[in-house]
Design a protein around this ligand. Structure first.
Ligand code: GLN
Length: 194
């Protein structure tokens, strides 16, 4: 089974480790460049994207991450992780960098304060067996999508999941639901990239 890391600088890394386990992957946390070098795929969890960005820089991981994404490493970003995979953020905080790789512009906290948290059934292209329960927590949406990226799910007229090559991103948090289909899709992407 594929060895998949979870970037464990900040955010809900533990839930992703459990979901990857449930999807049949060998999950391990990644905090150091040597740990990043040892994985075949990586999850960037939800949390706070500015904090993850600053810690990735402080831990010497930002450039190695960019290098591996350029070299084709499969990466799945959830919520703050989706923001980290965006080539561009609409309103970045000062000092906020992304790893990039997906040809898209994301809007942070897009669903607004009134709806800081909600759940919705989301149909995801490539995931059979009915909609997944999308947990949205101060979630971003995709403001605009470049030609190389593909929208695989929408909610309220906005793209909330994207695929581009070996990269996958969701605005929502499947790791909180006990449904491991998104992680299983990602594990398949990792196997296919071998
Ligand atoms: N709003 C957060 C951010 O901008 C993301 C929230 C989340 O990951 N649940 O990073």
């Amino acid at each position: 089974s594929p060895v998949i890391g979870v970037l464990a600088l900040q955010g809900d890394a533990r839930e992703h480790l459990a979901a990857l386990d449930g999807a049949g992957a060998q999950a391990r946390s990644v905090r150091r460049p040597e740990e990043l070098a040892a994985v075949e795929g990586l999850v960037i969890p939800g949390g706070e994207s500015t904090t993850i960005s600053k810690l990735a820089t402080a831990f010497g991981l930002l450039e190695p991450l960019r290098d591996r994404v350029r070299a084709g490493l499969p990466v799945y970003g959830s919520c703050a992780g989706m923001i980290m995979l965006a080539d561009k953020i609409l309103d970045p905080r000062s000092g906020q960098e992304t790893v990039g790789g997906i040809d898209m512009i994301v809007r942070r906290n897009a669903f607004g304060r009134q709806n800081e948290s909600f759940e919705a059934a989301v149909e995801v292209a490539g995931i059979p067996g009915g909609p997944v329960e999308g947990v949205f927590i101060r979630a971003p949406w995709v403001e605009s999508l470049g030609a190389r990226a593909e929208s695989i799910a929408e909610h309220g007229g906005h793209t909330v999941a994207v695929r581009q090559g070996n990269l996958l991103a969701t605005a929502f948090h499947p790791e909180l639901t006990g449904d491991h289909r998104v992680h299983a899709l990602f594990a398949d992407m990792v196997r296919a990239a071998r």
